[in-house]
Design a binder for this molecule. Structure first.
Ligand SMILES: *[C@@H]1O[C@H](CO)[C@@H](O)[C@H](O)[C@H]1NC(C)=O
Ligand SMILES: *[C@@H]1O[C@H](CO)[C@@H](O)[C@H](O)[C@H]1NC(C)=O
Length: 928
């Protein structure tokens, strides 16, 4: 659901054009600090470490850093800073640079980290010739040069993988007192020479008062010998980031951008300031822990656009390197450095800090049907019934803002939805669920309990003068809860109690949209930066020390919103059921509470294509549970585009169709029967793999690795994979190359792993392809190019049901795709699908292995059990060279001879009805 107005959309429909209004959003030049810092190109950094102050205690080195005016012989100290370097477990380091004695505390981002990071040991190895050398306990080192300050991070292989301040762009603008003019006597006028914009700046008709003045921070980060950098979602650019010298930097500022652009570095809804480097030499990563508006410049010296003079100047002729520069409007310099060996290690290091997505309720991995809006109970019932009439499985119907009583959240429109509890009960009878939207803007209407409570108790975000901030959003005049106040978050969480939100039950889940926050009449369609948020009183509560400004916290506002929602959904049933939440605003740590979708896209091929790099980039940044609106939100998808979008969505983590209120209805059965049939087929494919998805998300919750992964995560040495972002892997087993081009009869598919003689089996035909880079693959409109990796085992459930809940006891088909050695492995996770009982060992986490002599199903978590009634209906073994003569199942001491048939040119063996129960381990022995 969406931005500004129907009028704009109506205009769009008439003109047929689709374009962001760039005038609503700042360029770097229009953003005071970005312009100021981007122009700062010192010959040499002024920041110098005072070696006499170095102290190493526990896992922390602390030291004073000064800015020194080296142009004078006296070497005047300009400002004092405090540096902390911490060694953390897992080969991670943290560098913090704050003012030694700031005028007021500077903001430290609060919610991104899942907990206080765990310490490793840190030892000072040497302090000589103006250099300090330190080591953690795992063989990684840090070399700090005192003057000018330079930090080099050396990985376990002894190579410098990350360098800080090599380009001298470290800046921490000191907080200052605003000097007032003394006006009574001309002679006494102190003309304070300060840069324009220091104490306030303008954008369009908006004035941003800056009571603390300039307080920006910046740091350059170099990745020696890197080929590419990735990360810093959310943008519509390629997964591998571009050099920005000839254009705008990448911008990280959560914004509700109406009709966002493709191939753009403009900010949109999410901002996750984590970056990874990768190349044939090594990998590394950094997490810029800052929630203020941030711009990031990238210079990849291998890009042809980078002029050679620059290369010579900065790197002395060395060609292979990527430099990044982070610039934030406020906060401190707080950067985590990851020195893992491989991309997978880096992704894991990042989620170790910010958390993994908890195991989602199983239904949320199935198909979701949304529209702005399903109009009333009859409409909901009709949509629900039509899925059954047309034999298309579906798990969730969604209600956008129109279900409420005139945009007052936690209420229902009693004319259109007089019986919400009965409506939900009708859905749950088929195993289906409901998701309702709850936005963070609160309608300012007398008599609305939420508005009255919030006004009375002072729960709203305040404006620059300390009054309740009023903006404009869906309900008209609106205010915004200040979730930074724990009392407000608790109050909000309690609104989700079943009694407080009548009609809801454990089967009603929540969508938090518009939480950047979106403010239609605000600067850049968001909240003014000089609005005030709650600050705990312990840091002093006078004047500017009494509150945080919105500028400090902006990118984490949505995170506070979904955290309170999550708390509320646990509260409503005493933490019995796992909640599902969808958010649009995204920040580091979002994955701990919610799934993310890519916002208001359009029914255009380009938006279908970009869904892959956007979700890959989010997945690398911890947010595995990602998807785009299937069909496109704006405009109407014709049959081919709709078909391809369902096919792509069926293989992306969050699979939801959604559409704008002004567009033509487009539920699957409203197309020609041939198209409906293709949509049905794509959706059924999703359901057949529902346990595979569920297992991947369980494994993510433990190991933190992306569910949807770039090819180079699994094939880090293979250079061709570094720029591939139109295909991806699900876990390590399936390779997906969705068709995102119109009218094609073939697509290019890259099959990685030639060096390890990897086989890839087309999942429709079991035809095996030897990995050998690119091949041209024929496709029909019915084809979704998906390949199973040789050496993997994928669980499937092939009975067609109305919802995933009704499949719980269904039997499995296990698809074994053999590698060149005739072996394969896989895993399977099973539980009740919705409660937290799995944490009390009520689950099965099992390993499946196939060797020529035997296939076994054994429990990885030996103490965990779940009384599933599912059994093995069929085992398909693809790529068999010499078929076995006999097969014998052993389970619980009982032996059974099994039937086998050989298919497809004699290389696919099917073991028929082994009937092994999945609640217990089993083995099948083969003889030849
Ligand atoms: C629930 O289902 C019954 C049976 O189909 C129907 O009569 C009733 O109107 C439904 N209730 C709602 C609120 O949709
Ligand atoms: C096949 O076996 C050989 C020898 O054990 C091993 O080196 C190789 O990695 C295996 N190949 C695959 C694809 O598993």
């Amino acid at each position: 659901m969406k931005t500004l107005g129907l009028l704009l959309v109506a205009a769009l429909a008439l003109s047929g054009s689709y374009a962001v209004d760039k005038n609503n959003f700042k360029t770097c030049d229009q953003s005071g600090f970005c312009k100021r810092l981007r122009g700062f190109k010192p010959e040499k950094s002024q920041y110098t470490l005072n070696l006499d102050t170095v102290l190493v205690h526990g896992n922390v080195l602390s030291a004073e850093v000064n800015t020194v005016d080296t142009s004078t012989p006296q070497r005047t100290v300009l400002w004092h800073y405090a540096l902390r370097l911490s060694a953390l477990v897992d080969g991670t380091f943290r560098v913090e640079i704050d003012e030694a004695d700031p005028l007021y505390p500077r903001y430290r981002t609060q919610l991104a980290l899942k907990e206080e990071p765990k310490a490793d040991g840190l030892k000072l190895l040497s302090n000589e010739n103006g250099k300090l050398t330190l080591a953690n306990t795992q063989g990684q080192k840090v070399i700090i040069t005192a003057e000018p300050l330079l930090l080099e991070f050396v990985n376990a292989a002894g190579e410098v993988a990350v360098v800080l301040n090599d380009n001298g762009q470290l800046v921490v603008e000191p907080l200052r007192v605003k000097k007032e003019r003394i006006d009574d006597d001309e002679a006494n006028v102190v003309d304070v020479q300060e840069e324009e914009g220091t104490w306030g700046e303008n954008f369009k008709s908006h004035h941003d008062s800056k009571p603390r003045g300039n307080e920006a921070v910046s740091l350059d980060i170099s990745f020696p010998e890197a080929d590419h950098v990735y990360g810093i979602p959310e943008h519509t650019d390629k997964f591998s980031l571009h050099t920005t010298t000839s254009g705008e930097p990448y911008r990280l500022f959560n914004l509700d951008v109406f009709e966002y652009d493709l191939d753009s570095r403009m900010a949109i809804y999410g901002a996750v300031p984590v970056m990874y480097s990768h190349g044939t030499k090594r990998s590394a990563g950094v997490f810029w822990h800052n929630s203020a508006e941030t711009w990031v410049d990238v210079v990849n010296y291998a890009d042809s656009t980078v002029v050679s003079s620059l290369v010579n100047l900065v790197t002395g002729g060395q060609k292979r390197r990527v430099d990044a520069r982070f610039m934030s409007e406020s906060g401190i310099v707080d950067v985590f450095v990851f020195l893992g060996e491989k991309p997978a290690d880096l992704f894991r290091q990042y989620t170790a800090l910010t958390g993994t997505a908890p195991l989602p309720p199983k239904f949320s991995l199935a198909y979701h049907q949304c529209r702005w809006n399903y109009n009333d109970e009859d409409d909901v019932r009709g949509v629900d019934e039509n899925f059954d009439v047309h034999d298309i499985p579906a798990d969730v119907i969604w209600l956008d803002i129109e279900y409420t009583d005139r945009k007052k959240y936690f209420t229902w429109d009693h004319l259109k939805f007089p019986h919400p509890a009965e409506m939900v009960a009708n859905l749950t009878a088929k195993g289906r669920k409901l998701v309702t939207i709850i936005d963070p803007h609160i309608k300012r209407e007398a008599g609305y309990f939420l508005h009255e409570d919030a006004t009375e108790m002072g729960y709203y975000v305040k404006d620059k003068d300390g009054k309740d901030y009023e903006g404009w959003c869906w309900p008209g005049s609106s205010s915004y809860l200040d979730f930074f106040n724990p009392v407000v978050s608790k109050y909000y969480a309690e609104r989700y109690q079943y009694d407080n939100f009548p009609g809801t039950s454990k089967d009603v889940h929540i969508w938090n949209d518009m939480n950047e926050p979106s403010v239609f009449n605000g600067p850049e369609i968001t909240m003014p930066k000089d609005c005030r948020h709650y600050k705990p009183p312990q840091d002093g509560n006078d004047g500017l020390a009494a509150f945080w400004e919105h500028r400090h916290v902006h990118n984490e506002y949505g995170l506070w919103n979904i955290r309170a929602t999550h708390e509320g959904m646990l509260l409503r049933d005493n933490s019995k059921y796992r909640p599902f939440i969808l958010t649009r605003s995204t920040f580091a740590g979002t994955q701990r509470y919610a799934a993310v979708w890519t916002g208001d896209n359009a029914a255009e091929w380009g938006f279908l294509a970009v869904s892959v790099p956007m979700c890959l980039s989010l997945a690398a940044a911890g947010v595995s549970f990602c998807g785009s609106d299937v069909g496109g939100f704006f405009k109407y998808p014709e049959a081919e585009l709709m078909t391809r979008w369902y096919q792509a969505g069926a293989f992306q983590p969050f699979f939801r169709a959604h559409s704008h209120i002004e567009t033509k209805r487009r539920e699957p059965w409203l197309y020609e029967p041939a198209t409906t049939a293709l949509i049905r087929d794509a959706t059924r494919r999703r359901y057949a793999l529902i346990d595979f998805w569920y297992t991947l998300f369980y494994e993510h919750s433990i190991d933190g690795l992306p569910v949807m992964r770039p090819l180079f995560q699994e094939f880090p040495a293979e250079e061709d994979t570094y720029t591939i972002d139109d295909e991806y892997l699900l876990g390590n087993a399936l390779l997906v190359r969705p068709v995102v081009e119109p009218g094609v009869t073939s697509v290019k598919v890259y099959l990685p792993g030639a060096a390890s003689r990897t086989l890839w089996y087309d999942v429709d035909t079991y035809h095996a392809h030897h990995a050998n880079g690119y091949l041209t693959y024929d496709v029909t409109l019915a084809k979704i190019p998906v390949f199973q990796r040789g050496g993997s085992i994928v669980p499937r459930k092939e009975r067609v049901r109305r919802s995933s809940a009704l499949m719980a006891d269904d039997p499995y088909t296990l698809v074994v795709a053999l590698d060149i050695n005739g072996t394969a492995q896989g895993s399977l996770y099973i539980d009740d699908g919705e409660t937290y009982e799995y944490l009390n060992n009520k689950h099965i986490y099992a390993k499946l292995t196939f060797e020529p002599n035997a296939m076994t199903y054994s429990f990885i978590d030996e103490n965990a059990h779940y009384p599933t009634r599912s059994w093995v209906e069929r085992i398909v073994i693809a790529g068999i060279k010499s078929p076995p003569k006999t097969a014998k199942l052993t389970q619980a001491g009982k032996q059974t001879a099994l039937q086998m048939t050989l298919h497809k040119g004699n290389d696919v063996l099917v073991v028929r009805k082994p009937a092994a129960n999945m609640a217990q381990p089993w083995t099948i022995n083969f003889t030849y």
